[in-house]
Design a protein around this ligand. Structure first.
Ligand code: OOB
Length: 562
């Protein structure tokens, strides 16, 4: 049977938890309850806009739909602690379903629309999910069909429970129609009373986020109501979210950044309104900013670059209402940072965050040099940050070190991953982020690089190990190593080094086609193949990734004629 979540989470030590409560970081309230309370304060205020579906909800309508959806989830047989893999594009259904879950302690597992069979089957199995929420089709991919193909993976672990919830026009008879599930019921008051009685405990898991990928398979990060409510609220404060905020979501909503930094939750909890767009293309995004009077939004550096390019051709007049442009998820080059305010108009806020917790923000009133050349400082006075050398000793101010952190919204371990936790956390609970940073005497961090085996492709994190494991499934491959190659547009892309089996031929097209066939998110597919006779190794016999990165970087420079 499905194991209770709490068996596999790593709680904060009791004395630390007590301190977070005493110091007011943890409010002891479930996020869903808070969202309901905010709705009561100004029921008619606009809360949610989905321009693609031409759909708008007031705070009251949103809260009532969330309660109606929660009732229907319960009637389907789901209960508090059950997990739903949420793989929805940015649309109103994502928000209603997430709120419904937060009201009753059903836990959404935040997958990405790009995920395919490999990622989803792992998530379903590892989280012991009883349901998946998907679009019918997206970019020619039949998500509903894949949802049903996952039944044989789910059912043995869930005792036969498996629901495929589909948001779309033509929902098949075996699926649950998600739009009907999220429709208003005839009796909002009765729903509310029933749901109010089921308020989860603030120490319960609110959502599962996916880790940025350093191991063969993604890890799940259990964020509690206490920790995630604080995460969203303190972020809202530092980004000046208010009741007149109009926040545009164009990054995949399941990412921590657009979800709660301050994102959807920070905005709704402050009484602002959220606009959901399925992608960040400048044409549509600019028009939406103008049409809806968007004041805040968050993007990755690659998108900021595209927006700057668009503005240089077509002007930035459509962005007149935009006050804050948050940029994070990957390193923003100082030169690009400096162009944001003069060319786009809004104040730039750099965000250096992680699904594991710690969030650093530049402050809106920081000097422009700090805003453009640092990735901010920790958002909470209770955040603990250390930069250490290879031996684990603290480095002096201004010297590079590997970032370790603890704090009131940084959990002490991954879900159900004792082995990974040994490596990713120190014995006294510090999370090793794997980022090499430098810190100023007033606490501002600059990200210099990383000592984790990950490729950051325009903000999407790709585990080198995962790409390598997929490569080894090909019968023609003897050895493989995936590394980041520099890229002007996305920052980094995946470059794959391969030693073929004797006499075998390996091509990039073939590798990509095989990986797509295995069923993996497209953004993980290698974009460059280097065939070599052997892989460079370090003196301890490990593949020398540093040498490979340097090799491909110089190769690219040569090709560009630099
Ligand atoms: C965000 O979260 P994740 O979990 O997808 O990725 C975390 C990693 C960090 O450890 C770091 O390596 C990188 O992404 N990163 C940055 C960065 N922001 C994230 N590297 C350089 N500069 C930045 N500004 O990416 C995330 C979560 C919440 C808010 C914002 C980003």
């Amino acid at each position: 049977m499905i194991s209770p979540i709490n068996e596999h989470t790593v709680p904060w030590p009791a004395d630390v938890a007590k301190r977070y409560v005493a110091d007011g970081y943890w409010a002891g309230i479930a996020i869903g309850t808070e969202l309901r309370t905010v709705a009561e304060r100004a029921p008619d205020a606009p809360a949610l806009i989905d321009p693609t579906a031409d759909f708008r909800l007031s705070r009251q309508e949103l809260a009532d739909r969330a309660d109606a959806a929660a009732v229907r989830l319960l009637d389907l047989g789901l209960t508090a602690g059950d997990r739903i893999v949420v793989q929805l594009p940015n649309g109103w259904e994502f928000v209603v379903l997430t709120m419904a879950c937060l009201r009753v302690g059903i836990v959404p597992v935040m997958a990405l629309p790009a995920h395919r069979r490999i990622e989803l089957s792992y998530l379903v199995e590892h989280a012991e999910a009883v349901a998946i929420a998907v679009p019918d089709r997206l970019r020619d991919f039949d998500h509903e069909a894949l949802g049903h193909e996952l039944a044989p993976i789910a059912e043995p672990v869930t005792g036969g429970k498996w629901h495929v919830m589909v948001a779309g026009e033509n929902v098949g008879p075996k699926s649950v129609n998600l739009r009907s599930l999220c429709a208003p019921s005839g009796d909002a008051e009765a729903d509310r009373v029933r749901i109010d009685a089921l308020e989860p405990s603030a120490q319960d898991v609110a959502v599962f986020l996916l880790s940025g990928g350093t191991t063969g398979l993604p890890k799940l990060i259990a964020r509690t109501h206490d920790d995630y409510l604080y995460n969203a609220r303190v972020s809202a404060e530092v980004s000046a979210i208010a009741a007149d905020t109009v926040y545009l979501v164009s990054l995949p909503a399941g990412h921590n950044f657009p979800l709660a930094c301050p994102g959807i939750l920070g905005t709704l909890l402050t009484g602002g309104r959220v606009v959901m767009l399925p992608s960040a293309g400048p044409e549509r995004a600019f028009a939406t900013v103008a049409a809806e009077g968007v004041t805040h939004t968050s993007v990755v550096p690659a998108v900021a670059g595209r927006w700057l390019e668009h503005a240089s051709e077509r002007g930035a007049h459509e962005l007149a209402s935009l006050r804050v442009l948050q940029v994070g998820g990957a390193r923003l080059a100082d030169e690009i940072a400096r162009r944001v305010e003069p060319e786009l108009g809004p104040r730039l806020q750099q965000v250096f965050g992680m699904a594991e917790g710690l969030l650093n923000y530049t402050r809106l009133d920081d000097p422009i040099d700090v805003i453009c050349s640092t990735q901010g400082r920790p958002v909470s006075p209770a955040d603990e940050v250390r930069l250490v050398d290879d031996e684990g000793n603290d480095v002096p101010i201004g010297s590079p070190g590997s970032l370790l952190t603890r704090g009131p919204y940084t959990p002490r371990g991954y879900y159900r991953a004792p082995e990974q936790n040994e490596r990713a956390f120190t014995a006294d609970g510090w999370y090793r982020s794997g980022d090499i940073c430098e810190q100023t005497s007033d606490g501002y961090l600059t990200v210099l690089g990383r000592d984790k085996d990950m490729i950051n492709r325009g903000g999407e994190k790709i585990s080198a190990e995962e790409v390598e494991n997929l490569t080894y499934r090909l019968p023609t491959v003897s050895h493989a190593a995936a590394v980041a190659m520099p890229d002007a547009e996305l920052g980094e892309r995946v470059c794959l080094y391969v030693v073929p089996k004797p006499g075998a031929e390996v091509t990039l097209d073939e590798i990509r086609a095989s990986m797509e066939q295995f069923g993996v998110a497209r953004f993980k597919l290698p974009e460059r193949l280097m065939i070599v006779e052997e892989l460079a190794v370090t003196n301890v016999g490990k593949v020398d990734k540093k040498a490979l990165r340097a090799h491909i970087a110089s190769q690219l420079e040569e090709e560009r004629g630099v």
